[in-house]
Design a protein around this ligand. Structure first.
Ligand code: KIV
Length: 263
């Protein structure tokens, strides 16, 4: 299978929904590669992998290392890497950090959480030939306490503001736009108005594509409070627990290692 490019992704708008999942490591990159259109190395790795309370302590080095592990093991799918909290506060800082991430990882896109205050950053990075994914709606870096997160874009005023923001981000050069946790009227309107594809997470079927965090669809961490938009497709946690229990049992019974595993 040949590498998916941005033109292919653009052509999917209004034709075929785009699939996107997160990956933070080589094993998952290899599994997802070619099975989703886009792999996102999200800063959700802070909470899912590192057990942080929010994504604010994720730093550039973490995104670069996990990004490289994923991109260097991805041949077909396109790749996006998140810019962490406080690494794109002004044009100079954003450009330096985005270029550092891209030159180290060779990812296709950089994603930044956007609002009306940082549209100029999107324009600046785009003018410097960086493919930007804008992320609007609920933007997790704004929250130190995830239990305070509520869906947005549910009244006319909020819908209008989100639509205007999305239009401005497209004009500023964003190549894709992630819509997180927003009412379906808002996501439908944005998707219909924009020429660039929208990728939703908790933003209804009306988006051009869907993204979820891989740990959530696999049920890798059943302890966390999961938002309503998550669908669990398999219970990996159950399988791991079974395997771990069997391993411990065999170690205790001196059944493992057997002759087969010995030299
Ligand atoms: O960090 C992440 O995984 C994300 C998705 C939830 C869209 O930004």
């Amino acid at each position: 299978m040949s590498k998916i490019n941005y033109k292919t992704i653009l052509l999917k708008k209004n034709k075929e929904p785009i699939s996107c999942l997160t990956a933070y490591s080589k094993p998952l990159a290899c599994i997802l590669d070619g099975r989703v259109d886009i792999i996102l190395v999200g800063d959700s790795l802070g909470t899912t992998l590192y057990g942080m309370k929010n994504t604010r302590s994720v730093n550039l080095k973490m995104m670069m290392n996990h990004g490289k592990a994923v991109v260097s093991n991805t041949k077909t799918s396109m790749t996006i890497i998140d810019m962490p909290y406080k690494t794109y506060r002004n044009k100079k800082e954003a450009l330096k950090n985005a270029l550092d991430i891209l030159s180290y990882t060779k990812a296709d896109f950089i994603k930044i959480e956007t609002d009306s205050k940082n549209i100029d950053i999107v324009r600046h990075l785009s003018n410097n030939k960086i493919k930007i994914v804008a992320h609007i709606g609920v933007t997790p870096q704004k929250f130190s306490d995830f239990s305070k997160i509520r869906s947005v874009g549910k009244n006319l005023n909020e819908i209008e503001n989100l639509v205007n923001l999305a239009k401005k981000l497209e004009n500023a050069g964003a190549k894709l736009i992630v819509l997180e946790c927003m009412g379906m009227k808002a996501s439908k309107k944005i998707t219909n108005i924009l020429k660039i594809p929208t990728i939703g997470i908790g933003a209804s079927k009306y988006c051009d594509g869907q993204v979820l965090v891989i740990d959530d669809i696999l049920n890798l961490n059943s302890n966390t409070n999961k938002p309503k938009f998550i669908k669990t497709y398999t219970n990996i946690e159950k399988n791991i627990i079974r395997a771990v229990k069997n391993f411990t049992k065999e170690v205790k019974n001196k059944k493992f290692p057997s002759k087969k595993q010995s030299y």
